[in-house]
Design a protein around this ligand. Structure first.
Ligand SMILES: [Zn+2]
Length: 273
């Protein structure tokens, strides 16, 4: 009976879809290790610490503040190592706000065109950037209209200058809308799960690292953000090489963006000028 066949097929389709969804959402298994990505924020100001960050495993990404006097040299150096580079974009915050004295922030009331012009300036300071994450920004990222304009300006940047950026929500405040809105707009996006060094004491970093691995095992992957503190860099120097034996894989952060930009970082050479 054609009607019955169609209904069986529909039923099968639903089953196949359900299985596919379950497989997609499954946490890491023995065959597929849990994946973690690490991004070091706030680079561009401290010669010694920043250089040491560039000595870490090349899968560790760097997020560079465009105003930082070292931004151009660091971004070139990092890209030369095939390390992923992000623009660490200062945005106005509620509790923490560097906008007034050390950084040029994108203001919530700016038009998408003005935001895109600022992003274009940032891509010239932080060459080879393939992504963007926010520095501070709790006031901005909880303002739906401002976030929509920022997401629009990232899209505009691509259309005007051919520069495609993924969006990593640093998630500096519960209720941050950056990842959500970027995803709605079709931009590859993700969010930070663990801050490694809110407290930069080695014991606190070790605790945060454990929770990163636990989150990654539970959901299949997790993203950490750290800062160029001596304790953080030392910790990562010692603990990244031990991830393999824990059955955890360190991957470049672009691999954890949804949807992934082809699952691979975009090599600087393939980028439009
Ligand atoms: Zn920051």
């Amino acid at each position: 009976m054609p009607g019955q066949t169609t209904s069986i097929l529909r039923h099968l389709d639903a089953q196949v879809l359900a299985v596919a969804l379950i497989l997609f959402c499954l946490p890491a298994t023995a065959d597929q290790p849990a994946r973690v990505a690490v991004v070091i924020d706030d680079l561009g100001y401290l010669q010694t610490n920043d250089r040491r960050v560039l000595g870490l495993d090349e899968r560790v990404a760097v997020a560079i503040i465009p105003d930082g006097p070292l931004a151009p040299t660091l971004s070139r150096h990092a890209a030369g190592q095939q390390r992923e580079v992000l623009i660490h974009m200062p945005l106005p915050g509620i509790l923490h706000d560097d906008c007034k004295y050390r950084a040029t922030c994108i203001e919530p009331q700016w038009t998408p065109m003005r935001m895109a012009a600022h992003l274009q300036w940032a891509t010239q300071r932080v060459e080879h950037a393939i992504g963007l994450n926010n520095h501070q920004g709790s006031r901005f990222t909880t303002d739906g209209d401002a976030v929509n304009r920022l997401v629009g300006s990232i899209d505009l940047l691509e259309r005007l200058h051919g520069t495609r950026l993924f969006v990593l929500d640093s998630y500096t405040v519960p209720g941050s809308l950056l990842k959500q809105q970027a995803r709605k707009a079709g931009l590859p996006s993700g969010r930070r799960h663990v801050f490694l060094d809110h407290d930069p004491q080695p014991e606190a970093i070790a605790k945060a690292w454990k929770s990163l691995i636990a989150v990654a095992r539970e959901r299949g992957s997790a993203i950490a953000i750290g800062h160029p503190h001596q304790t953080t860099v030392e910790f990562l120097e010692n603990h990244i090489p031990r991830l393999d034996e824990q059955g955890v894989e360190l991957v470049p952060v672009s691999h954890l963006m949804e949807p992934s930009p082809n699952g691979l970082p975009v090599p600087p050479a393939d980028r439009a000028p």
